[in-house]
Every structure is written in structure tokens, then in C-alpha cells.
Design a protein around this ligand. Structure first.
Ligand code: SAM
Length: 261
């Protein structure tokens, strides 16, 4: 089942994406090959396709991938430069390695269980070149763990954004539906409604998983999977780690992973 089937068409309307594209363009050299895990509709794939030697995007959602493929085609980007394929980033074997692996806009947080997270790190290990680099990102929770557990759930739908698209009004709101307080997993619902005048034309509800990580836990997660952190940021505008809205880690293979055999 594709949980994004009906909501995918609204994804690119979001006016609040992080300003991460210049960050990736500045970090990844032009001759690099890139694997993008959870590429969605190609928001980051497209600008990187014009920049690096090759980018391969993987996503679980046929609806998101379909939009991304249409965008690549419309931009005239050939398959030798960029390719989007259906796949599960927790269980994947492409049979090749990449100079860079990225998973922009908090893809890691969509993985609910320890088994899925372990699977992702195994996929990174088997697809990263020996001297390659991986970047993962999560949001920095804006309150401490106790506050998150006590205050996050809210049965009231909250307005997020609203905009006109081709003469129709698209309204997005969200609902903080439930939380697993032990595993720090949030279960938000994103609700898109499309109107012509006052007439409701469409309603799509996306129920997602957002597993939360605090700065130290995120670093430990990476290091405990035998990767070596080489850079850390707190956002995309020079914020230091732990002092901004995002947590961004760049890491390479650890010593055990690099050992042959
Ligand atoms: C928040 S979107 C980010 C999309 C894109 N990276 C961006 O920056 O706009 C998260 C994406 O991760 C994908 N995703 C979540 N779990 C996945 C999995 N196990 N395998 C592949 N893709 C997954 C979703 O389908 C979705 O398109």
C-alpha cells in the first residue's frame, strides 16, 4: 500500500521546505556519484542531477516516484544523469557503491522500528564507497524529552499553510494524533484540502511516522553502527550542532567497516 498515493500531488506545494539545496550543492563535488535515499518527488534530485556525475534516487512510494520521473523528463535530464527507482531503503541491494549517500528532509525519521533503522545503516554500509560520505538529517526537537512526551499530542487540527494553485485553493493542516513515548515516535497526520471557491474538491490525509532524536542520541546512533562522524551542523545557515532547527551529520565508514573481509 502506498500511504502517499493521494497526498503526493500536494507535496511540492509545501512552502516550508528547509533551505537545504545550496548546502548539498556546496558539499558534493561535481564528479561525484550520489545515492539519494527517500528521494520523494525529486525536490533535491533535480538540482543535484545538473551538478554531479550521476544520481540514483530510491523511494517506497510509486506516487512520489511518478511525479519525480515526470519532473526529470520535463527538465530534459537523461537516465545517464539521474534515475528514480522504487525500493525500500531499509532493504536494498543495487550492486554498486556511491561516493555520496544522502537522505534529505528527515527521511531517517520515517523509520519506526530499530530493525528498519538497522536495515538503513546496512544499506548505507553496502552502498557507500570506502572513502565515501553519507549525510543524514533529523529535526532538532524544540522541547526537552519530558515536554515532548507531555505536550506533543493534540487532537485539535492545526492550520499549516494555504496557497492558490491553478485557481484552486489548497489548504494544509496537521494533527498531532499519537505518540509512542518510550521510542519517541510521533504519529502526525497531514491533511490537504483543495477548494474551488467554497466547494471542497478533494481531501487527502497522510498518516506518517516521525521518530525523534536528540543531538547526542543521533550521534550515538551513527557511531554505534560503526560509522565515523566527520562533520555536524545545526541547520543549513551555519548554525552549530545542537543550536539550530535541524541536526545534520556527515559520516564515513568506521574502522571495522573499512577492514576487508
Ligand atoms: C519527507 S519525504 C522527503 C523527500 C525528499 N527527500 C525531499 O527532500 O523532498 C520522505 C520520503 O521518504 C520516503 N520513504 C520513507 N520510508 C521509506 C523507505 N523505507 N524506503 C524508501 N523510501 C522511504 C517516503 O516515501 C517519502 O517520499
Amino acid at each position: 500500500m502506498d500511504i502517499r498515493e493521494t497526498a503526493a500531488r500536494y507535496y511540492d506545494q509545501n512552502p516550508d521546505f528547509p533551505d537545504d539545496i545550496p548546502f548539498y550543492l556546496g558539499l558534493i563535488p561535481p564528479d561525484a556519484s550520489v545515492l539519494e535515499l527517500g528521494c520523494g518527488t525529486g525536490r533535491v534530485t533535480l538540482p543535484l542531477a545538473g551538478h554531479c556525475s550521476y544520481i540514483q534516487g530510491i523511494d517506497l512510494s510509486p506516487a512520489m516516484i511518478q511525479i519525480g520521473r515526470e519532473r526529470l523528463q520535463q527538465a530534459g535530464i537523461p537516465p545517464e544523469k539521474a534515475r528514480l527507482e522504487l525500493g525500500d531503503i531499509t532493504n536494498l541491494n543495487l550492486g554498486r557503491r556511491f561516493d555520496w549517500i544522502i537522505a534529505p528532509f528527515r527521511v531517517l525519521q520515517n523509520l519506526e522500528t530499530d530493525g528498519q533503522v538497522d536495515g538503513l545503516f546496512q544499506v548505507i554500509r553496502s552502498h557507500l564507497a570506502p572513502d565515501g560520505n553519507c549525510i543524514l538529517n533529523v529535526f532538532h526537537p524544540n522541547r526537552d524529552q519530558q515536554g515532548l512526551c507531555e505536550q506533543w499530542v493534540d487532537p485539535q487540527e492545526q492550520p499549516d499553510w494555504e496557497k492558490m494553485v491553478d485557481g484552486e485553493r489548497v489548504v494544509c493542516s496537521s494533527l498531532a494524533a499519537a505518540m509512542d513515548k518510550e521510542k519517541l515516535v510521533l504519529y502526525p497526520q497531514i491533511i490537504y484540502r483543495r477548494y474551488r471557491g467554497d466547494t471542497l474538491l478533494d481531501e487527502a490525509v497522510l498518516k506518517i511516522v516521525m521518530r525523534c532524536y536528540y543531538p547526542h542520541d543521533f550521534e550515538s546512533l551513527v557511531e554505534n553502527h560503526d560509522f565515523k562522524i566527520v562533520n555536524r551542523w545545526g541547520g543549513y545557515h551555519g548554525e552549530s550542532y545542537g543550536h539550530g532547527p535541524e541536526l545534520v551529520l556527515q559520516f564515513g565508514m568506521g574502522s571495522r567497516s573499512k577492514r576487508p573481509g
